[in-house]
Design a binder for this molecule. Sequence first.
Ligand SMILES: [Zn+2]
Length: 208
Amino acid sequence: MKMPMRGSRRLVESCTPFKIKDVVAAGLHDGSGALCLEKGPAGLDFSVVIEGHGTYLDLTLYTGWGDERQRIELSKTPAHFGGSRYWLHCPRCSARGAVLYLVKSFACRKCHELRYTAQFESPRERMRRRLLKIRELIGSDLVIENPLNPPPKGMSVRKWERLLDEYEEVLEAYRRELRQTRAWRNDAPSTRRSPANQAVHPEGRMGP
Ligand SMILES: [Zn+2]
């Protein structure tokens, strides 16, 4: 029986992250191809070969204790400035996210029971703080579910898009945390609940 001991849990920062960004950069999301995570200084103590098959990835983990295989499903949602945003699904719980962690095998932060260094601040608080920070950088109001502004004067479209991308990613995780907290506490349903995959940006924000 595993006890979720707060103090003994592994730190997120000490695990090798596996990001959807890298999958997309390697082109594994829309065809074949392979990516190799080399054993090395990034905290990885064995090699992993990742084969892309379009809608899923097949991973081979060359561990010292025998080769292991894992399959990671991919999905996509429409991105705010056209195109698609891709997601990794945790092989254990199927939750979608932008990053999985390697602790002997790949899974999400929840499944690995990873904790953050800043344990005094809950993940939810930290995400909330980051969302508000991005809103502030873009010059939007500080209501998390409101649409974001076009790029403010002095900010490149590229940077703005990067912030929007991050916003969408964090918002997705933030909403998931909120839903879970609600489920644990068996709270009455909130009247401000938003659909999980609601677009961050209503159309027309860019203007003509
Ligand atoms: Zn999981």
